[in-house]
Design a protein around this ligand. Structure first.
Ligand SMILES: O=P(O)(O)O[C@H]1O[C@H](CO)[C@@H](O)[C@H]1O
Ligand SMILES: O=c1cc[nH]c(=O)[nH]1
Length: 297
């Protein structure tokens, strides 16, 4: 099995229901369906993850690359899952609770399917700090709203703190892929993960706001000082849970706007869509190179 899994994921009894994926050990042959998975890519939107599966199928020269990939989780509309050879592409919705639930079930799925050497990568969107919109940020450290690399969760009525260290070697590898593509700016930086898109990210344009433009700018300047280059809503959990499960993990997000300049996402639909494809292209190259290096393609 995967390193550390049996200690962390304690599964009692013979059958396990992966409720939010509409999959289970007694209803599906998980080793047959998923045994070859080496990369799990996640992102908020189901359409993006379907597009990524199609893109990966073409990138890897798979025979059915032109066809619409079927949604493996069609039995539920909580999350969507697509597969392109050794690449699983899964949506996680918005925010910490949503990604937390799907990661529990994905890590159990990988365990049941007896997968080994799996790398988990989030391909997401974010708000940048002091970066040209469209810049791709590879996360060095996932930090909370106080710029600390810690994920705190209430368990049994007590706050449990978990570390969020990411693999430095993987960051370097991904940066190299960005450089090799050289289609857009790719930088390394800390990623701040918040529990909200509006007040939690120092936006003035939510339904409520209890601070001034000046307070906002001061906070974002402090974030920049602490090495934060982008803000999103899932990096902390992804880092913490993959670390606990002994899986390599990375976060690659495009910045849709510069938060020093504003709060509203007023770019055209086409522009924002094209920005979303940047992490996909970078991670696509990374996966192809990894598979080539291991002689799989
Ligand atoms: O585009 P995704 O991957 O959802 O990522 C970002 O976008 C959402 C907010 O708009 C949050 O989930 C945030 O993390
Ligand atoms: O500003 C942004 C943009 C995308 N996603 C976020 O979480 N924040």
């Amino acid at each position: 099995g995967l390193c550390g899994f049996s200690e962390v994921i304690n599964i009692n009894g013979v059958s396990d229901v992966l409720y939010h994926l509409a999959l289970g050990t007694s209803t599906h042959d998980l080793p047959a369906m998923f045994g070859d998975v080496k990369f799990v890519c996640v992102g908020g939107s189901s359409r993006r993850m379907k597009a990524f599966a199609r893109f990966m199928a073409a990138e890897l020269g798979l025979p059915d690359a032109e066809a619409d990939p079927p949604n493996i989780c069609a039995g539920t509309d909580r999350y969507a899952m697509y597969k392109a050879g050794p690449v699983l592409s899964v949506s996680h919705g918005i925010g910490v609770p949503s990604i937390c639930v799907v990661l529990h079930e994905l890590l159990k799925l990988l365990h049941h399917a007896r997968c080994t050497d799996v790398t988990v990568i989030r391909i997401g969107t974010s708000g940048g700090i002091g970066l040209e919109p469209g810049t791709v940020v590879v996360t060095q450290q996932a930090v909370d709203g106080a710029f600390q690399p810690r994920f705190e969760q209430m368990i049994l009525g007590r706050p449990v703190v978990r570390g969020t260290e990411l693999d430095g070697g993987l960051v370097a590898e991904l940066l190299l892929c960005g450089r090799e593509l050289s289609q857009f700016e790719t930088v390394a930086g800390n990623t701040m993960c918040t529990m909200d898109f509006y007040e939690g990210q120092a936006r003035l344009d939510g339904a409520f706001c209890c601070f001034s433009e000046r307070d906002k700018q001061e906070y974002l300047a402090r974030a920049y000082e602490a090495g934060v280059r982008n803000i999103e809503m899932e990096a902390l959990v992804l880092a913490a849970m993959c670390k606990l499960g002994g899986l390599q993990a990375a976060v690659v997000c495009v910045t849709l706007l510069d938060r020093l300049q504003g709060d509203q996402l007023s770019g055209s639909h086409e522009l924002l869509e094209s920005f979303q494809q940047r992490p996909q292209r970078l991670v696509g190259l990374f996966i192809r190179k990894r598979l080539q290096a291991s002689g799989s393609v």
